[in-house]
Ligand binder design. Structure first.
Ligand SMILES: Cc1cc2nc3c(=O)[nH]c(=O)nc-3n(C[C@H](O)[C@H](O)[C@H](O)COP(=O)(O)O)c2cc1C
Length: 203
């Protein structure tokens, strides 16, 4: 299946990085859109060798990065944030779902108001108008009333709001376990089989 993943400049690039990995490992096609701030936060948080003005070298880096982890990259396509004429900007292209992870408050506001100011925002808008699955993973704390209103607006428009709020009842031992809690929740929302987050069987 074909999924669009958007990575914005909210903290938590690692969630998006991991979701892309899991989808590629399951042989899905991943159309990836990263905002300028997304590349910058990836650089700061994860040591990504990316910059905001060189898409070609960013693409090379992402391919190299996943290949070094044994992840097949032939189904990974990284889009230019400002190429509004990309195929996925149209509702006629059959995309299963879009996941924006992590989702900044800035991008959330743009989606909530239908701005479509870049390719990521446009695809999110297409998902809502076509009634396809749009999963937003917001990350900010505390929330202002503006953030909360925007979250309600997108939820009412049909988006799944799945905040990056890892639980601890599964007793995570590593950072990867914490990340996989959130990524596992995303996969559950997409109805994709997953074994990275165990179902809680009750106590
Ligand atoms: C290290 C770092 C962490 C940030 N964390 C957050 C965050 O958790 N949530 C948020 O909404 N913005 C956060 N920001 C601010 C966004 O990156 C900024 O608002 C940016 O304009 C968002 O642009 P985008 O939505 O196009 O990615 C962070 C910025 C930096 C540099």
């Amino acid at each position: 299946l074909r999924y669009v993943v958007g990575i914005t400049g909210a903290s938590g690039t690692i969630y998006g990085q991991r979701l892309v990995e899991v989808l590629l490992l399951a042989n899905h096609r991943v159309d990836l859109i990263v905002t300028d701030a997304g590349f910058e936060v990836g650089r700061l948080e994860l040591g990504w060798e990316t910059s905001k003005d060189n898409l070609e070298s960013n693409i090379e880096f992402l391919n190299r990065f996943y290949a070094s982890r044994g992840v097949p990259t032939e189904n990974l396509r990284v889009y230019d944030l400002f190429n509004i004429a990309s195929d996925i900007a149209s509702g006629s292209v059959n995309v299963e779902a879009m996941i924006v992870v992590p989702c900044s408050m800035g991008t959330l506001a743009s989606i909530a108001t239908g701005q479509s100011g870049n390719l990521l925002e446009r695809v999110a808008d297409v998902m809502l108008k076509e009634k396809r699955q749009l999963v937003l993973v917001p990350r900010e704390t505390p929330f202002s009333t503006i953030h909360l209103r925007n979250l309600l607006t997108v939820a009412e428009a049909g988006a799944h709001v799945l905040p990056a709020m890892p639980g601890f009842y599964h007793r995570p031992e590593t950072l990867e376990d914490v990340v996989d809690f959130v990524v596992g929740k995303i996969l559950n929302t997409l109805n994709l089989p997953q074994d990275i987050l165990q179902q809680w069987m009750g106590d």
